[in-house]
Design a binder for this molecule. Structure first.
Ligand SMILES: NC(=O)c1ccc[n+]([C@@H]2O[C@H](COP(=O)([O-])OP(=O)(O)OC[C@H]3O[C@@H](n4cnc5c(N)ncnc54)[C@H](O)[C@@H]3O)[C@@H](O)[C@H]2O)c1
Length: 240
């Protein structure tokens, strides 16, 4: 068996595809999300928990339960995230804080809480889902783009702090992916998913499964010499 993994944001989109893929490939999967109904669509063999990743005590309690049940944790895929699109003058500070809270602070809290369990694994790996928009500026996405740039650097810091004991930290930076998040955001702006695909050199959006396969690679021993890296899977968007 590849090991035990915790996936956050597992009720939808990239997180759900990641939880499914890892389960199909023999991982023991713990899935966490705010959305209990979405978690209910996963296989009953996946251990599901309704958890708000911004609630520090709830995250610590989840990791405590994982430790009690599994003894250690081999992988974490931090997929929970939110976005907000508006020019800076129309972005309230409260919204900025909310985006940073979910996309950055919660990943920090999760990583810190997971460290003792990761340290007990023979091949521990942590993957944070950042974004291509954390590697380039993105107009209208001041909070989102900043949060994703910061989570990339958070992975680098944690990679350096934990390299000596073999715990790897990497960021996965997807481009436009066909998920409810992108669909909601585009609809709010009066656009369609086809509009987002138009900016991608490959001429289409990614399917969530195409990002899940990159996450699995980062979590697996196949990427054993990678730490502090950013794996971009964006159909060529940032190649220009
Ligand atoms: N879809 C894209 O085009 C795209 C591109 C690059 C990066 N990403 C990133 O991929 C990740 C997954 O996004 P997605 O597109 O699958 O979105 P999604 O909305 O389909 O899924 C996100 C999940 O995170 C959960 N979540 C949000 N806030 C939470 C919280 N406080 N506690 C627990 N769970 C919470 C939601 O309930 C949802 O199930 C996000 O970090 C997103 O920023 C998405």
């Amino acid at each position: 068996m590849p090991g035990t993994v915790l996936v956050t944001g597992a009720a939808s989109g990239i997180g759900a595809a990641t939880a499914r893929r890892l389960h199909e490939h023999g991982w023991r999967v713990w899935a966490a999300d705010l959305d209990e109904r979405g978690l209910g669509r996963l296989s009953p063999e996946i251990v599901s928990r309704a958890v708000d990743v911004t609630d520090e005590a709830a995250v610590e309690s989840l990791l405590h339960d994982v430790g009690q049940a599994e003894g250690c944790l081999d992988g974490v895929a931090a997929c929970a995230g939110i976005s907000h699109t508006a020019p800076a003058p129309e972005t309230p500070s409260r919204t900025f804080d909310e985006v940073l809270n979910v996309n950055l602070r919660a990943v920090f809290v999760l990583a810190r809480a997971a460290l003792p369990l990761l340290a007990r694994s023979s091949a521990p790996s942590f993957a944070a889902i950042a974004s291509e928009l954390g590697t380039v500026g993105a107009p209208g996405l001041s909070a989102y783009s900043s949060s994703k740039a910061a989570v990339i650097n958070l992975m680098r810091v944690l990679a350096l702090e934990n390299a000596a004991r073999g715990i790897r930290f990497n960021a996965v930076a997807p481009g436009g992916t066909r998920t409810p998040m992108l669909e909601r955001e585009q609809a709010r702006l009066g656009r369609t998913l086809a509009d987002s695909a138009a900016n991608i050199p490959l001429g289409r959006l990614a399917e969530p499964a195409e990002i899940a396969s990159v996450v699995e690679f980062v979590l697996s021993r196949d990427s054993s010499f990678m730490t502090g890296s950013v794996l971009v899977a964006d159909g060529g968007y940032t190649a220009r």
